[in-house]
Design a protein around this ligand. Structure first.
Ligand code: VG1
Ligand code: CO
Length: 519
């Protein structure tokens, strides 16, 4: 065996953000850049030699090259086995599923999620722990600290491993097992949802359009919807994963999933539409001429959860990220459940799920999931909606309107100011922070400020504290304005403005008439 210890210099820009390290592909292509970060991951772990690592990514440009490097470094660092998705493909929720199912030590997921791909696009890497979830901040802090003092990494000198044939090969003392990317995940979905009921919903004429935006969910969606649930061929559009996502933004929202929006808001629209993001953890749910906000989706899934076999005994609790609307809180209150408000990013839900305190989690950024894995899960949310539709025999719009009637509606919108200069963006947040003490009790038109703060969170399980997680201005009627800087951008700063207003009167409820896709 030929293990090399390669001398290297630290990089000063390897701080993991909301969801791992994200940079331009060209940044990752710098000599030793990926290697340093991977070594920092391994150095932050204890007692892993002899155990299994799960490895895969969303198929974007540089995925295959990065996997070959990581395999050789895993072998040199003492892992006994790496399970890698066929062709290097694993959706984020499928990776989480494998880590849990096969009791792996952890996993490395290669993705920049919804960011564009290709040689000029973005790349990303993150580490997930043995519970299947994104590493908590104490681990990502340790990784970051390691990158700053990195002097050498270990790598095996060996030929590349074929990623296309299922089965096992040896890499030094380590076994590489190429696994079916879809099978275990699809089986998990069948164990949670009433596939028979969804099958008969489809057979009885409910038409679906599922858009994978040329990203990772294509093979998963085809297997689940077209094979296992009997939807007609062609139900999944843009279903072939491409290294550059066909030049698009694999972001399931009304702007970037325009093919789907055209179909669902056009003549003869199908009954149900959905899209997923680059790595398959986000989802957008549409009905005929109808958009479900992600915050509403969480609340509606929670309110209907017991209609779904995997959740029929009820929920332990619900968690939502701070900028996510309070629609889910109203459902939790009615069901007598605890509802947690966490900072943005799925890593903050892990402890709550591990401790059995929550079953469902959600974010306004098109993320919904449950304790079946430890990541948000796009196709899971799609199946949840279809199962609810099958059980209630109602359309998406009817389910949403009935929900608003019962709980009231949280009108919601988010505005992103992308790639603005970092300094003024930070200054703006500073200025807002300085204003906070003066805001409480102030009246703006018919709105009165109830509280104004910079959100901080103390994890109820391990007591860790996350500060400065976004400026919240809450009004007495439940409306809110939130300002936050993104932690996933790769150029400059992105300022996010989140607006929420509560409407109890049924006559004033409905889709926002100002919404751009309706004009
Ligand atoms: C964004 C979203 C956040 C999400 C994160 C990762 O972060 O707002 O809710 O968890 O992306 O999503 P930020 O810091 O840019 O606001 V993803 O689909 O990596 O997978
Ligand atoms: Co994603």
């Amino acid at each position: 065996m030929n293990i090399h210890t390669v001398a290297t210099q630290p990089f000063d820009d390897q701080k993991p953000g909301t969801s791992g390290l994200r940079k331009k592909v060209t940044a990752f292509q710098r000599r030793n850049y990926l290697e340093n970060f991977v070594q920092a991951i391994f150095d932050s772990l204890e007692d892993f030699p002899g155990s299994t690592l799960v490895l895969g990514g969303d198929g974007r440009f540089y995925n295959r090259q990065a996997i070959q490097v990581i395999l050789k470094m895993a072998a040199a660092n003492g892992f006994a086995k790496v399970m890698v998705g066929q062709g290097g493909i694993l959706s984020t929720p499928a990776a989480s599923c494998l880590i849990r199912k096969y009791s792996a030590f952890g996993g490395i997921i290669l993705s920049a999620s919804h960011n564009p791909g290709g040689p000029d696009g973005d790349f990303g890497i993150k580490y997930n722990t043995g519970n299947g979830g994104p590493a908590p901040e104490k681990v990502t802090d340790a990784i970051y600290a390691g990158t700053k003092t990195m002097t050498a990494y270990k790598i095996l000198e060996a030929n590349d491993v074929s990623l296309d044939d299922l089965g096992e090969t040896q890499l030094g003392d380590m076994t590489v097992q190429v696994v079916d990317s879809v099978a275990d995940y699809a089986e998990l979905m069948e164990s949670l949802f009433d596939f028979d009921a969804i099958r008969s919903l489809i057979r009885s004429g409910t038409r679906l359009c599922i858009d994978s935006l040329h990203a990772v969910t294509g093979p998963y969606a085809k297997e689940i919807f077209e094979q296992r649930l009997g939807a007609p061929a062609g139900t999944v559009q843009n279903g072939v994963p491409l290294e550059d996502f066909g030049g698009g933004h694999p972001d399931p929202n009304l702007v970037y999933a325009h093919d789907l929006v055209e179909v669902m808001f056009g003549d003869h629209a199908p009954d149900f539409g959905a899209a997923s993001d680059g790595d398959g953890d986000r989802n957008m749910i549409l009905g005929q001429n109808f958009f479900v906000t992600p915050s509403d989706s969480l609340a509606m899934i929670a309110a209907n959860a017991t209609l779904v076999p995997g959740y029929k005994s009820g929920l332990a609790g619900i968690a939502r990220s701070m900028p996510t609307s309070a629609a889910a809180d109203r459902v939790a209150a009615k069901l007598g459940l605890d509802c947690y408000e966490t900072p943005t990013g799925w890593k903050f839900f892990g402890n709550l799920m591990d401790a059995g305190k929550v079953t469902l989690c959600g974010e306004e950024s098109f993320g919904t999931g449950s304790d079946h894995v430890r990541e948000k899960d796009g196709l899971w949310a799609v199946l949840f909606w279809l199962n609810i539709m099958a059980a209630r025999q109602e359309s998406v719009e009817a389910i949403a309107r009935a929900h608003w009637q019962e709980y009231g509606q949280n009108y919601y919108s988010r505005h992103d100011y992308e790639e603005v200069a970092s300094e003024p963006a930070n200054q703006l947040m500073e200025n807002l922070r300085a204003l906070l003490p003066t805001l409480a009790g102030q009246q703006f038109g018919s709105y009165r400020v109830d509280f104004a703060d910079d959100f901080s969170y103390t994890d109820p399980i391990d007591g860790s504290v996350a500060m400065q997680q976004g400026i919240r201005i809450g009004f007495t009627d439940g409306s809110r304005i939130i300002f936050r800087l993104s932690g996933t951008g790769t150029a400059g700063a992105t300022l996010r403005l989140y607006l929420e207003s509560y409407e109890a009167q049924v006559s004033k409820q409905g889709q926002d008439p100002q919404a751009p896709w309706l004009s």
